[in-house]
Design a protein around this ligand. Sequence first.
Ligand SMILES: Nc1ncnc2c1ncn2[C@@H]1O[C@H](COP(=O)(O)OP(=O)(O)OP(=O)(O)O)[C@@H](O)[C@H]1O
Ligand SMILES: [Mg+2]
Length: 242
Amino acid sequence: MSVTLQLNNLHKRFGGLVAVKDVSFTLSPGEVVGLLGPNGSGKTTVMNMISGALPCDGGRVTVGAKDITRMKPHRVAKHGVARTFQLVRPLPTLTVGENVMLSLAFGHKRYWGRQARDLAEEKLAFVGLEGRGDEEVSNLNYIDQKRMEMARALASEPEILLLDEWLAGLNPSELKIGIDLVRHLQGQGMTVLLVEHIMEAVRALCSRCIVMRTGEVIADGPSEEVLSQPAVIKAYLGDDHA
Ligand SMILES: Nc1ncnc2c1ncn2[C@@H]1O[C@H](COP(=O)(O)OP(=O)(O)OP(=O)(O)O)[C@@H](O)[C@H]1O
Ligand SMILES: [Mg+2]
């Protein structure tokens, strides 16, 4: 464990819209960094390009010495990068455990059968879903769906975890549980890029924040400093989440 995630001049266009423009930053091993910005500022698009879900139009993504820019998602996972999705999308015909095992099959190492089942159980226990692997996904309430989504991401045994509003929609007590879970990962040395609108979570978890506005990075530095910058406050004005 201990790889750096580096983005160099990432660029993405959707037709005439420049969604991400010259985005560059580096995450050091073990850093938990907030990626903030108003709705539509390009945060999810950045995550999609890192994880291989979307091809970039320019720029480079490297993990350690490895260039992962043109890799498909399953190969990115093999290089130790995993993500959760802003919209949780479990495979509804599979059980909770099977949803997690599916990720295991595509991770760093491949696991099958008994070993995969045990590892899936281990990840489910870690996120608070101990012994619930045989349940139908449709039985899960919202926080448990979020937990399963996290277990799926962890199943590939990542070193770098991209969380896209993983804490969104939780009630206050669930939010505490969610923050504790991320903190636990932080304690294990996980590198985390946390896209989040909930400032309580950002302040609790991130010592550093990167702020985007209309596709560009407008601030990057220690959280307290960044969050008090006039340009950052202005970027959020008028936004629902400000
Ligand atoms: N697949 C797509 N096709 C066309 N436009 C897209 C696509 N994905 C995103 N966009 C546009 O790109 C811009 C950035 O979107 P993105 O989802 O990255 O923002 P975001 O910062 O994640 O916002 P939010 O906080 O609402 O999740 C937006 O204007 C969005 O409408
Ligand atoms: Mg988004």
